[in-house]
Design a protein around this ligand. Structure first.
Ligand code: ADP
Ligand code: MG
Length: 249
């Protein structure tokens, strides 16, 4: 049994089958990549894991408990944190203030937007936020406005915001999309460090094969809403089904 078990998940948007019979098993403390061409259903799948979308049929179990029917913040409290494809940070707040929000949301079971309003009143959270920033080597940027940071630093902040909740499962949707090579490499190093230093499972959706093969212990290839193959990285590269799925790119 994996820490995350997805069974026969289907999701339609009108007539479009975004996910059909998706099965996925993510082993605890592994890095599991979910790859596949544009429109394969990767983000839809991720949204089904965090309560943003509800599958039409099928089950999603995290650590033996169903996530279906729970609110996103409830799933978050169960121990799943998610990094968005475009960073969801608050540009008008400083880096440090941003870091306080998810800690607050996790403690009180609140949406980030509500947590934002309460952040300024909380001292203990400030200390925790400082601690995570040091961990992320961002302490020198704590008073910068988040909007003025580089794309790479915005991503680093958001990953830090997820880690501040001490999740057991970290979900990342294309964390290096639109990044320059140097920032991509920094992100790879950061994720490697997280994997080594923490008791954490990581599921990463990723288009960039360099990132995938640098990090993944296991890979699922999704095409047109269905898993094509799940295998170890060394068996994915030469797999004819995978090559075929990518040909149209
Ligand atoms: P990926 O992340 O693999 O690129 P998505 O999960 O974003 O793919 O999309 C899978 C398919 O579902 C695409 O055809 C996309 O256009 C469609 N889709 C995604 N979200 C919605 C939505 N909210 N409403 C309608 N169609 C959607
Ligand atoms: Mg996507």
């Amino acid at each position: 049994m994996g820490i995350l078990e997805v069974k026969n998940v289907n999701k339609n948007f009108g007539g479009l089958k975004a996910l059909s019979d998706v099965n996925l098993s993510v082993r605890e403390n592994s890095v599991h990549a979910i790859i596949g061409p544009n429109g394969a259903g990767k983000s839809t799948l991720l949204n089904c894991l965090v309560g943003k979308l509800i599958p039409d049929t099928g089950s999603v179990m995290f650590d033996g408990q169903s996530v279906l029917g729970r609110k996103p913040y409830e799933i978050n409290q169960m121990g799943i944190s998610r990094v968005f494809q475009t960073p969801e940070i608050f540009g008008d707040l400083t880096v440090l203030e941003n870091m306080m929000i998810p800690i607050f949301a996790r403690r009180d079971g609140a949406f980030r937007m509500h947590a934002y309003e309460s952040v300024a009143r909380e001292r203990g959270i400030l200390e925790q936020a400082e601690h995570v920033l040091e961990d992320m080597k961002m302490a020198d940027k704590r008073h910068m406005h988040a909007a003025s940071m580089s794309r790479g630093d915005k991503r680093r902040l958001e990953i830090g915001m997820c880690l501040s909740q001490e999740p057991r499962l970290l979900l990342l949707d294309e964390p290096t999309a639109g990044m320059a090579r140097a920032d991509t490499n920094n992100t790879i190093d950061l994720l490697k460090q997280i994997k080594e230093e923490r008791d954490i499972t990581i599921a990463i959706i990723e288009h960039d094969m360099h990132v995938v093969f640098s990090l993944a212990d296991r890979i699922t290839v999704l095409a047109q809403g269905t898993p094509l193959v799940e295998d170890d990285p060394q068996n994915i590269k030469g797999n004819p089904k995978v090559r075929e799925a990518y040909l149209g790119e």
